[in-house]
Design a protein around this ligand. Structure first.
Ligand code: CUA
Length: 316
C-alpha cells in the first residue's frame, strides 16, 4: 500500500499540480516573509520605550515611487499566477489520448463507487484496477465521472487532483501512474451521512497483471453446486432487486455488482475487510458497520443467512 501524500505525485496530472502548487507556495511564501519581516521590524524597532515623549513621529504623504512599486509588483505577481494557472489547466484538461488509453466510467453513489469498463464489459465497485503507464508504453486511464444521486468528488492524491461527480453532468479526468501498487483515495465532497466511509482504492498493475485481472473479471460467475441453497436464498429474497450476478437471474442495478465479489479486498466502500464474517455482519445489519447505509437489514433466519454467505463467498 502506497501511503497517501499530496507532496509525492506519482502520475502526470498530480505532478503538474504539485509543480504548480510549489510555485504558488514559493511566491506566497516570499510575500509572507517580506510582509511579516517588515511588520516584525516595525514592531521591534518602533516599540514604546521608557522616556518616549508621546509625540507623533513625522508623517510622510504621497511618494510616487513607493506607490508605483506597490501597484506594479502585485500586478506582475497576479499576471504570473494567472498565466501559470491557465497553462496548468490546459496541460491537464487537453491531454491527448494515446491509442492504448483505457476508458472507465466512474459513478458516485451514496456511499460507494461503481466502476464500469465499457470497452471490456466489466462492472465492479469501490476498487478501481488500472494498468501502469510508463514511457515505453503509455496507457493512461481516462475516467468519465457521473453521479447517481448527489455531488461527490473523486480524489486519489498521488494520482490526480480532485474532480467532482455531479448529477446530470459528465466530468472527465485521467491518470497515468508511473509505478504499480495500491493507491488510496477518498470521496472529497460532503455527500451525506457516510461521506467519510466512501473510500477509494486504486490498484495499479503491471501490463501482464492487468490483463490477468481483466480476464478474471470478464469470466462469468462460477457457481459451485454446493452453494445452491444460498443461491436460492439470494434469488428469492430482495437481494436481486439491487444486486447483479452475471450469468444468473440477478440483475439489479442499485447496489454493487456481485459477480466477482470475493475478488475485492474490502466491503462497503472500504469500510471493512471483505471476509465471510464481515459479509454475514453486513447482511444481518449493514448499519452496524455503516450507519445510514442504503442497504436494509435482511432479517434472515440464521440458517438462511449462513447459506447466503456460503453462496456469496463462492463468487470469486
Ligand atoms: Cu461521496 Cu462524499
Amino acid at each position: 500500500m502506497i501511503p497517501t501524500n499530496v507532496f509525492a505525485p506519482d502520475s502526470t496530472h498530480a505532478w503538474i499540480i504539485y509543480k504548480f502548487s510549489m510555485l504558488v507556495f514559493a511566491i506566497t511564501g516570499a510575500i509572507f516573509v517580506v510582509v511579516g519581516g517588515l511588520l516584525l521590524y516595525a514592531i521591534v524597532r518602533f516599540r514604546q520605550r521608557k522616556g518616549d515623549d508621546k509625540t507623533e513621529p513625522p508623517q510622510v504623504y504621497g511618494s510616487e515611487q513607493v506607490e508605483i512599486a506597490w501597484t506594479v509588483i502585485p500586478v506582475i505577481i497576479v499576471i504570473v499566477l494567472v498565466l501559470t494557472t491557465a497553462r496548468t489547466i490546459h496541460e491537464i484538461q487537453d491531454a491527448p489520448r494515446p491509442p492504448g488509453a483505457l476508458e472507465v466510467t466512474a459513478i458516485g453513489r451514496q456511499w460507494w463507487w461503481e466502476f464500469r469498463y465499457p470497452s471490456l464489459g466489466i462492472v465492479t465497485a469501490n476498487e478501481l484496477h488500472i494498468p501502469v503507464s510508463d514511457r515505453a508504453r503509455p496507457t493512461p486511464t481516462f475516467l468519465r465521472l457521473l453521479s447517481a444521486d448527489v455531488a461527490h468528488s473523486f480524489w486519489v492524491p498521488r494520482l490526480a487532483g480532485k474532480t467532482d461527480l455531479i448529477p446530470n453532468r459528465v466530468n472527465e479526468m485521467w491518470m497515468d501512474p508511473a509505478q504499480p501498487g495500491l493507491y488510496l483515495g477518498q470521496c472529497a465532497e460532503y455527500c451525506g451521512t457516510q461521506h467519510a466511509k466512501m473510500l477509494l482504492r486504486v490498484y495499479v498493475h503491471s501490463h501482464e497483471d492487468f490483463a490477468r485481472w481483466v480476464a478474471e473479471q470478464k469470466a462469468p460467475a462460477t457457481i459451485a453446486s454446493a452453494a445452491d441453497s444460498g443461491r436460492r436464498v439470494f434469488e428469492t429474497t430482495a437481494c436481486l432487486n439491487c444486486h447483479a450476478v452475471a450469468g444468473t437471474v440477478a440483475n439489479g442495478r442499485f447496489g454493487p455488482d456481485l459477480t466477482h465479489l470475493m475478488s475485492r479486498d474490502t466491503l462497503a466502500a472500504g469500510a471493512v475487510k471483505n471476509t465471510a464474517e464481515n459479509l454475514k455482519l453486513w447482511i444481518e445489519d449493514p448499519h452496524a458497520l455503516k450507519p445510514g447505509a442504503l442497504m436494509p437489514p435482511m432479517h434472515l433466519p440464521e440458517q438462511e443467512l449462513d447459506a447466503l454467505v456460503g453462496y456469496l463467498v463462492t463468487l470469486k
